[in-house]
Design a protein around this ligand. Structure first.
Ligand SMILES: [Fe+2]
Ligand SMILES: [Fe+2]
Length: 199
């Protein structure tokens, strides 16, 4: 028999999925179109969609309340990042990636599978993802036009928070993933980056 808690967490996961995939960022005011900034911020929006998928997937099979609470808090931060990046893209009159559902479900599967392998593996995936995201965000900060102050501010705040997520995952018992797995994750990250920059 399916436990009630199972149904509850399924409803919660579907609800959050709808919130991410149906997300329409606010557009406070329009600014001049800046192709370069739009591309970079579209990639970052896609990355945040993937972050939602990863944390939701890991949290879905997590029973430990301490870890559950970590995933829930990270999801709140990541949703804020998602909203900032999306609003930024739209305010520069850009569009979001068509592939967002693919990033979401891909990352959800990775999060879920890593948690099935064990709680410290799920945390290991989170810690490694956040480490790679940090490198990526610092690179984007170098590449963003100096005059795009708003996008730069967004990335700087994200850098601080992603770092905190990674540290917290390590503190909670993340295992160091084998180098081959880290390389595979980096390759997937490059696919997300180059596809969502264009599509
Ligand atoms: Fe984030
Ligand atoms: Fe994060």
């Amino acid at each position: 028999m399916i436990k009630l808690e199972g149904i509850d967490s399924l409803i919660d996961a579907v609800d959050k999925m709808i919130k991410v995939l149906g997300h329409s960022p606010r557009t406070p005011h329009y600014e001049a179109y800046n192709e370069h900034s739009v591309r970079l911020m579209r990639v970052n929006y896609a990355g945040e969609v993937a972050a939602q998928g990863l944390y939701l997937g890991a949290g879905f099979f997590e029973a430990d309340p301490r870890l559950q609470s970590f995933y829930q808090h990270a999801l709140i931060d990541e949703f804020r990042h998602l909203d900032w990046c999306g609003s930024r893209v739209l305010s520069m009159q850009g569009r979001l990636s068509y592939c967002n559902p693919i990033w979401f479900f891909g990352a959800f599967s990775i999060g879920a599978m890593s948690r099935i392998a064990g709680p410290s593996y799920a945390l290991g995936f989170v810690a490694e993802t956040e480490r790679q995201v940090l490198d990526h965000l610092k690179d984007h900060l170098d590449r963003l036009p100096q005059e795009d102050v708003r996008s730069r501010q967004i990335l700087m705040t994200m850098i601080e928070e992603e770092e905190a997520h990674g540290e917290e995952a390590k503190r909670l018992g993340a295992v160091q993933l084998p180098p081959k797995v880290c390389q595979m994750m980096a390759a997937m990250g490059r696919v997300l980056t180059s596809v969502s920059e264009r599509l």
